[in-house]
Design a protein around this ligand. Sequence first.
Ligand SMILES: [Zn+2]
Length: 229
Amino acid sequence: MFNGIKGWFGWLAINQQCVLCHQLSKALVCPYCFADLPRFNMQNEAQNLLCNPKILRELKVINFDRLFAMSEYQWPYSYLLSGLKFNRKVVFAQALSELFCHLELAHTDLPKALVPIPLHPSRMASRKYNQASIIGKNIAKHYCLKFLPQTLQRVVNSQAQTRLNSAQRMKNAQGIFTMAHELDVDHIAIFDDVITTGATVGAAVDAIRAQFPDIKIDVWALCITPERR
Ligand SMILES: [Zn+2]
């Protein structure tokens, strides 16, 4: 059936399962599931979701220059992210990275480095990995950006933002980051998995701009989720 050992390994390489529908697929998300993905049309948004009034209404902090994300937070992104964060399905990080990179950003005026939002050391110790850092590293490699996971340090182990309203999120995020390493570029992207009010990435922007007031900062995220009211 197979042409020797080489044929066997070739069969294995192209016959993994789609992480969403489980049919055999060369890609982690098969072409059928990929075609069915909800996503923003970044061409309509001029490659900047800050041009989208609905998203502007959701954000409570806008202290950065541009915003890029794949979609509103919904299935299958919610399934993949919760599986990665809470069930240690690390293959989902690769799937999410590939989805983000498939939605090609225009290769003009790209940032020169990508800075992931860090976890607090105590949360890192319990979870063992930072999903934003794993996915961010893959994305930085795809776009040939420097990957700078040490730039920001989370110095306050703030309460998880999920159950807070927007005012609580703003207060909860104040001063949670400091800069731990210098930057030698004039344009970066801060990367986080999901953005709600912008309070967390806004605190990261504040920490960086306190030392580099003229730096251009884009925010890249997998998803944007409407605030719970
Ligand atoms: Zn599929």
